[in-house]
Design a protein around this ligand. Structure first.
Ligand SMILES: [Zn+2]
Length: 226
């Protein structure tokens, strides 16, 4: 069973590790090594660097990739109150990602900073039926419970692992069948993240590996069907 990295920006090189690698639709999709998976989306931070025309161009490239069967997910995409352009633009572009994800039955990998109520409102209004994975979750238990009650998967990366008791309680508050683990853009090894998570959750690493493989299947099922 492989160590699954639910959100990364670089492919894993070891044959016992598998990553979902996120790219932006600003150019040709880089080739990912066999056994790795590709996701694509416009990061909310990138919107500040693009003109309206360039954003439309990126969205049409993204639609082409999504329709071509090359992707296992749409993302990362989302909302960020601290970085990126005004929230109206971010919201508009996020909604376009959701439409594509639903059109092609692809899960969403979501970046969200201090916009959880807005995010959940959009989720409700969209009626989106695909899995939503909130990556790099690092907020509080109240937000976490809201996301869980709306069916979201929650992914933790190195910042949550390095935390003190508060962060540990976040990890413990996620039902195992909704938990995901990731490196994001850190140089940390996904195996070390599994080790830390297993220690916090007081479960066997082999059992954690099995749970993560099950969750990966639940989120990225369509990819595995191909
Ligand atoms: Zn990322």
């Amino acid at each position: 069973m492989n160590y699954l990295n639910f959100h990364a920006h670089q492919p894993e090189i070891s044959p016992d590790m598998t990553a979902v690698v996120c790219f932006e639709p600003s150019g040709p999709l880089p080739a990912t090594p066999p056994g790795q998976f590709t996701a694509c989306g416009i990061h909310p931070w990138s919107l500040s660097k693009l003109s309206a025309g360039e954003i439309e161009q990126c969205l049409s490239v993204l639609a082409e990739y999504a329709g071509s069967g090359l992707l296992c997910a749409i993302g990362e995409t989302g909302l960020d109150r601290l970085n990126g352009p005004e929230l109206d633009l971010q919201t508009d572009i996020f909604r376009r990602h959701i439409e594509l994800a639903d059109k092609y039955s692809l899960p969403l990998i979501i970046h969200c900073v201090r916009c959880y109520p807005e995010l959940l409102q959009i989720k409700k209004l969209s009626g989106s039926a695909v899995p939503w994975m909130i990556h790099g979750f690092n907020s509080n238990v109240r937000q976490l419970e809201q996301l869980l009650s709306h069916g979201c998967f929650i992914s933790f990366g190195p910042p949550a692992m390095r935390g003190r008791n508060v962060k540990e309680s976040l990890l413990k508050a996620v039902p195992l069948e909704r938990l995901c683990l990731e490196t994001d853009d850190s140089p940390d090894d996904i195996k070390s993240i599994y080790g830390t998570a297993a220690a916090i959750l007081k479960i066997d690493e082999a059992a954690l590996l099995e749970i993560m493989n099950h969750n990966f299947e639940s989120i990225f099922r369509k990819t595995n069907d191909r």
